[in-house]
Ligand binder design. Structure first.
Ligand SMILES: C[S@@+](CC[C@H](N)C(=O)[O-])C[C@H]1O[C@@H](n2cnc3c(N)ncnc32)[C@H](O)[C@@H]1O
Length: 228
């Protein structure tokens, strides 16, 4: 289920902390970030002495290739945000231009860390729904702006398989946001996926978080093993 249509555009440590309501305790756990792309979360976590492995099919490419692709799409991303500016809440970023500048800074931070992180095994080329990790290897699995975001391109079954795989490798899964990026509403798969995840023996709940850039996008889906 690799998506050629997804764009390499990354978020920061501060955004991850707020999107996933990460506490100091959470940050100290072993974390896997699924679809982290060119986010600076891994670079900034590592600088702070925390443990995170990022997984993305993008990591088959070199830093130079990723940098080229990011620069290629940057103007288009800013233009898209300007065209659809009503779909966003302009408090963290005051304008599409500031958004573009900050996103490029984040990608630069990722790129500066990428080659050494790849050698250290912190950036792993892999794609959901198959993760190259042992059962229970992590405490927390995060997925930002991939599942639900691309609901037009990924089926309900794709979502279920991806979430169950994240549950296999981690005790807790957090997914943000639960909105579709194309129409801005809640993912049409959300209710059915929650029900099927529960039937598979997990607890699933929507949790309000203190982050909202896509208008209405201030909830994450949290999945844990149900108490027996
Ligand atoms: C919109 S970006 C989000 C990047 C990052 N999580 C963030 O929020 O800043 C979506 C990412 O998902 C990655 N991706 C696409 N298909 C994937 C798959 N099957 N498994 C894991 N990642 C995938 C893309 O390569 C891209 O880096």
């Amino acid at each position: 289920m690799e998506l050629a249509q997804t764009v390499p555009w990354g978020r920061s440590f501060d955004e991850y902390v707020r999107m996933f309501a990460l506490s100091a305790r959470d940050l100290a756990l072993p974390i896997v970030g699924c679809g982290d792309g060119p986010a600076s979360f891994n670079a900034e976590m590592t600088q702070r002495g925390h443990q995170v492995i990022s997984v993305d099919p993008l990591y088959r490419f070199s830093a130079a290739q990723i940098a080229f692709r990011v620069r290629e799409i940057a103007d288009e991303m800013v233009e898209g945000a300007r065209r659809k500016s009503d779909a966003f809440v302009w408090t963290d970023f005051r304008s599409p231009e500031e958004l573009g500048r900050r996103r490029l800074e984040i990608v630069e931070r990722f790129l500066a860390d990428y080659e050494s992180g790849r050698r250290d095994g912190r950036y792993v080329e892999a794609a959901l729904p198959e993760l190259p990790f042992r059962n229970g290897q992590f405490e927390l699995s995060l997925c930002s702006h991939l599942l639900f975001t691309y609901s037009k391109l990924l089926s309900e079954d794709d979502h279920l398989r991806a979430i169950l795989e994240m549950c296999r490798v981690a005790a807790e899964v957090r997914i943000f946001p639960v909105l579709d990026m194309f129409d801005g509403g809640r993912s049409p798969h959300l209710d059915a996926v929650i029900e099927r995840v529960r039937r598979a023996g997990f607890a699933a709940e929507l949790v309000r978080v203190r982050y909202e850039f896509q208008r209405g996008g201030n909830e994450m889906l949290k999945v844990t093993r149900a108490e027996s």
